[in-house]
Every structure is written in C-alpha cells, then in structure tokens.
Design a binder for this molecule. Structure first.
Ligand code: BTN
Length: 254
C-alpha cells in the first residue's frame, strides 16, 4: 500500500494468489472485526460470485478481483447508495488509465462500446436500524483476451480494456487508481451524502430521457427514464403518465 494516497480505503490490503471469492473472504474478515478500508484482492477466484447467483469468470493473471470493507453509519435501506460509489469509482479509474469512455448501465454494470467490462456485487451485514458493514465487490476485465473465453459462458456481450483500447493496462496502476477514487468518493459521501455521486452516476449513465423496456420476472413495460431516486431505483415514466419505481430487472434501450 506504499504511496496509496487514501484516508480509509486500503487501510490494509490483503493480496491472495487464489481464493474462492474475495467477497466471501472480505465478508468473513469483516465479521471477525476487520477495520473499515480493508481490501482483499486475488489473482484468481475459483468461485467468483456475480449478481443473482451467477458465477463471475475469474481467470488468473489478467483481471482485477477485489473487495472492500466499509462501515458507514447508515441505515440498511441507504446501503444501495454505496453502489453509486463503486460504479463511479470504476468509471473514473478507467478514464485515468485509458483513453476509453466508460458508460454506466443501470443498476451497476460498466460498459465500453456497449459491452460489459466490469461488474459489482455488494454484500451487507446489517441489523434493522443500522449497517454493520458492507463489502463492495468489484471485478474488472483488464487484459483478458475475449477469444480465450467460450461465448456460451457469457450472458451478455463482454469485453476488456485491452480488447477495446488495444493496450495492456498495468494492473497495479489500475488498482491504485480505483482505490484512490473510491476513497475520495466515500470521504465525500460521508460529508455530503449521496447527492453528488448520484448526480455523477446519472450524468455518466446517459440514461435520462431515453426510452427503455424493463423486463421483470412476470412483467414487461416500456417508458422514458426520468432519473434515479436516492435508493438507486430507476424512475420510469409510462405512457399513461404513471411513474414506476424500478428496483430490479433488466433494462434495454428501445
Ligand atoms: C456482476 O456483474 O454480476 C457482479 C460481478 C462481481 C464480481 C466481483 S470480482 C470480486 C468480487 N468477488 C466476487 O466473488 N465477486 C466480486
């Protein structure tokens, strides 16, 4: 962590050659009292976790798999605001380390040229009134050659910074940039709340005013995006004038 210019994130950094999932390791450490800012990084994961019980492909040597323990004094309903932090931090780190233009896709995917380059998985330990800790899990495809991945393993079109930018990205440099941006955003969040980071999220997502189709488990509808609320839900205006608050589902532009 030498030279890491952070206040909290990276207070201690644990680097592992191989583990099942950095989120699982960080969660267990947090349960045992690991301090805020503890970061767990692995070169490869044998059981990387994606959202909705999916697996996250985690080959060695090429990507970033990391998990960050935070202990904000907030209510559990507000914890989703931390998703804004990690998404925006990844976008900023991509811009610091490449010439690429990352785009945010609600709720928490980072795309480049329409293909997914990073995913986020937050896990939380909370009581009714207060959060004990949150683990922010961040996976970024840095130098992965997509040709080595058989397409059947991918749910959505995926890519890496190398594929899109044509240049290798230094993993240590990227990791530093990410942890520094996350630290700065978190510091700001503790002082000013989620307003500024939510505004940056919205500007980067370029989703406001777009027509979308939302697919949920047993329902599909279309409308125009108005923004996101402070809980991260997407606000979609339907043709009949009702405003839907979308907490989960797949969103496609139409
Ligand atoms: C998704 O888009 O489905 C979320 C993927 C999150 C992957 C990261 S990699 C580091 C951390 N450890 C895990 O097991 N998952 C997250």
């Amino acid at each position: 962590t030498a030279g890491l210019g952070t206040k909290r994130v990276g207070s201690s950094v644990i680097c592992l050659k191989e583990t099942d999932s950095t989120n699982s390791v960080a969660f267990k450490m947090a349960e045992e009292g690991a301090p805020e800012g503890t970061v767990v990084i692995a070169d490869t994961q044998s059981a990387g976790k994606g959202r909705l019980g999916r697996i996250w492909l985690s080959p060695p040597g090429v990507n970033l798999y990391c998990s960050v323990v935070l202990r904000p004094a907030i209510a559990p309903v507000a914890a989703c605001q931390l998703t804004f932090l990690s998404v925006v931090a990844v976008a900023r780190a991509v811009e610091r380390c490449t010439n690429l233009k990352p785009q945010i896709k609600w709720p928490n995917d980072i795309l480049i040229n329409g293909k997914k380059v990073a995913g986020l998985l937050n896990e939380m330990n909370a009581e009714t009134e207060k959060v004990n800790f949150v683990v922010l899990g961040i996976g970024v495809n840095l130098n992965l050659r997509m040709a080595v991945i058989s397409e059947g393993l991918l749910r959505h079109p995926a890519t890496s910074l190398l594929e899109e930018g044509g240049e290798e990205v230094d993993r240590l440099r990227f990791t530093r940039a990410l942890l520094e941006e996350l630290d700065q955003l978190y510091d700001n969040f503790l002082v000013q709340g989620d307003g500024p980071v939510r505004a940056e999220w919205l500007a980067r997502s370029a989703i406001k005013g777009r027509s979308v189709r939302v697919s949920q488990q047993n329902r599909e509808f279309s409308g125009v995006v108005q923004g996101v609320d402070s809980f991260g839900a997407l606000l979609v205006l339907l043709g009949d004038g009702t405003l839907e608050t979308v907490l989960s589902g797949d969103v496609a532009f139409i």
